[in-house]
Design a protein around this ligand. Sequence first.
Ligand code: GLC
Length: 647
Amino acid sequence: MITKFSYGTPVETFAVVKDFPSAGHEQLRHFSRKKGTVQYFTCMLGEEDIVYGLGETMRGVNKRGGRYISFNYDDPHHKDDMPSMYGAHNFLIVDGEEPFGAFFDTPSKVVFDIDSKGSGVLSVACETQDLRLYIIEGETPYGIVKQFLGIIGRSFLPPLWAFGYGQSRWGYKTERDISRVAAKHEEAGIPLDYICMDIDYMDRYIDFTVNKRRFPNMAGFSAKLKGKGLHLVPIVDAGIKIEPGNPVYSEGVEKEYFCKNHEGTFFKAEVWPGMTHFPDFFQEKVRRWFGDQYKFYTDSGLEGFWNDMNEPAIFSTEYRAKDTKPDVGRGDVDQPERHIADFKDFFHRLDDGREKSNYEVHNLYGALMTRASGEGLGRLLDRRYLLFSRSSYIGAHRYGGIWTGDNASTWEMLRQNVYHMPSLNMCGFLYSGADTGGFGGNCDRELLLRWLAVSVFTPLMRNHTAIFTRNQECYRFRKVEDFRTVVSLRYRLLPYLYSEFMKAALRQDMLIRPLAFDYPGDEKARHIHDQLMVGESVMIAPVLEKGVKGRVVYLPEPMTEVRWSSEGFTCIEVGAGERTVMAPLHQVVFYIRKGKLVPVGKQVSNTSELDLMDVELLGTGTEYEQYADDGYTKDCGLNRCVLRRKA
Ligand code: GLC
């Protein structure tokens, strides 16, 4: 059961697509509310309660014990105690005696203190008088999540090629660099579907331009790569460079599509291209205009995009210089004052006529950029597009996916990737993943192989790293055949992974879940967060520790243990309980639930060669409902067939 409460005059966030009447304030159970300068909600947690949700936040799947701030922010120091990341996903689920979910629907800053002092108090401080609160009651956390996913609308549906392997690096500068990446993958026999183009493809980092010297003929280049089954995915940043003569800039100025400051002139912020203006994505006409600009790329045959710097990230403004101290070790402290002042200094005109400072509606900015691009691409292309964004708010999942930003090449970040996946799924972001191998710092062979073995199971599987870090394309490492083996598993599993993604998206369900959601009542499963359920048949238990040869795996029921190596799949039946499993670097071990099946396809070098229906079945089940389609048609219904194991 879902009950909606409205306070003040809420800003339209477009997160919830179902209309509900608001209940009387006196009907609010589970929380007590205090109204002051903030709207303050508190409840007491039971000793054993677990709190799930909050999407892209640090610390782990159980959010208890932490303090989290929804205030989208560009900070690459993904420490465990970091309060804010790039997205605001204000949905949590309390798994206690009477489980319930709560969605605090406001684009303003929200501080969640989930029993950080150990006194059992969960408090939520919303820095606004205007919000909607949705309380969801249900029997189980999973049931509550399903109700929530039912009201926020269907996930974005990427094309099949978006489920292939992607290679990226900040630092590929020219057509030659990219061709070399393609050729090296081919030479090493590593399947690949797309290569990302970071800011260097542009003319001086200006959106909707191409550096002609580096890419003399983008349309021709893209067609040539497509002939090999490869796609190009360019980055698009939020700020438009101040440059008279640039048509996008001039039109934006003339039509007043950019945000203004307190003096009534266009707000200036320094990002990659130098001083920029920020499009006011809060206005429908601006979104339409910005979305239409993607024609620049689609005219060259590009169908995949990567939206960045849209929290928005600000290096300096005309009023405030760059930070001299790095923003490290902030711990409990909120964003540095300088940034708060920046966000208070520019304004949005809402479609309802109100004007709000960015600070007041901050968390929607990136989501509205995603919406603008997604709707634009919907108009421009007759097929599904790939889109993922750095910043987000719930609702943006209907237009694109997300990646979890500037992580680093550390084992801790790999672990965070595992924790993020179920939490993001609870908030609707099915198409998501991390920078495989890590963005900052130097990745080594062992970490990359273990990370790839996790990314095989995340919808977005992209190897990305920062400029000046060690090269981390698979072919850079010794014994490239091990990398070929691990990445190839992704392609063998695609008939299953694509089918499960599409079924989850079309049925508004989760794809990746904590064990507890599938095994309610299993006390042990309830506390295991480094193993995950992927789709209806698979459980993964990845190795997340350096220098080890295996790990302890908990099986809530008897399962098929599948070991993938260059020799193929070997399956053994194993009993319930704990077992120590050896998993050398060149093998991947995963599990198939009792009575379930996994269809596996043929080995291919990219998805253009893949026949989703040409499969063999692994596991002990007798039937599997497989979703398959052409991989690009829009508005596909649930195209499914039932695969039956031959007796
Ligand atoms: C940001 C992005 C990163 C990108 C870089 C340069 O840090 O998060 O992925 O490589 O900008 O564009």
